[in-house]
Design a protein around this ligand. Structure first.
Ligand SMILES: [Zn+2]
Ligand SMILES: [Zn+2]
Length: 213
């Protein structure tokens, strides 16, 4: 069985959890959501001695995608995801920088490949199923690795919270439906990491998250 390891690099003023996820056998890796502080991410990659093969985006918000093009150029690797419904957000990252008064460099992003429900991506020997989970952002995707009972849910779900739905393309009912109909049924034992704050399990959130009970 392939095993995963995760290192979190907090990036941007939003303290976004940029995640480096790698296969412990092969040390093949992917960087999820390089929102900014690309130098900090690059030095963590060197420290971990992993081979990063792709950048993966959960959705098109600035704190997740603002540094993606710079990291792509630095490592010469493709950007995969999110769902095409976030294309407008990604082409408007420089506008988002103005809206949120972000001073650090941000570039509009054009992914090499979109993702859709039912597709998979792999990191070394670990396969991740893709779930399209709109609500926080229209093209938000979630990554689920069954073997390790592990998910990366981006800004859909947090420990004790859910993603905000007041930004362009947000939809509260769609978000609750994504969580209840696609994520929680994967099982109480699934451990997840998310875009902000600590990790948790679906069971913990199903029982105690005030937005879900
Ligand atoms: Zn977001
Ligand atoms: Zn975020």
């Amino acid at each position: 069985m392939a095993e995963l390891q995760v290192a979190i690099v907090p990036v941007t003023d939003f303290q976004q959890n940029c995640a480096i996820i790698w296969d412990t056998d092969t040390r093949q890796a992917a960087v999820f959501d390089p929102g900014g502080n690309v130098d900090r991410i690059a030095s963590k990659i060197r420290q971990l001695k992993v081979t990063v093969e792709k950048i993966i985006l959960t959705h098109g918000h600035i704190d997740h995608a603002g540094g993606a093009m710079d990291l792509k150029d630095a490592l010469d690797i493709p950007i995969i995801g999110p769902h095409k419904d976030d294309e407008l957000l990604l082409l408007g990252l420089e506008d988002q920088a103005q809206m949120f008064n972000v001073q650090s460099p941000v570039r509009n992003c054009i992914p090499d490949e979109w993702l859709d429900e039912g597709e998979t991506i792999s990191i070394g020997g670990n396969e991740f199923a893709i779930f399209h989970c709109p609500g926080h952002a229209p093209g938000h995707v979630v990554f689920y690795n069954e073997e390790n009972s592990f998910a990366h849910v981006g800004d859909c779900l947090f420990k004790g919270g859910i993603g905000r739905t007041d930004l362009p393309g947000g939809n509260h009912d769609a978000l609750i439906s994504s969580i209840k109909n696609k994520l929680l049924p994967l099982g109480d034992d699934i451990m997840f990491i998310c875009g902000h704050g600590p990790d948790s399990t679906f069971g913990e959130e199903r029982q105690n998250n005030p937005f879900l009970v």
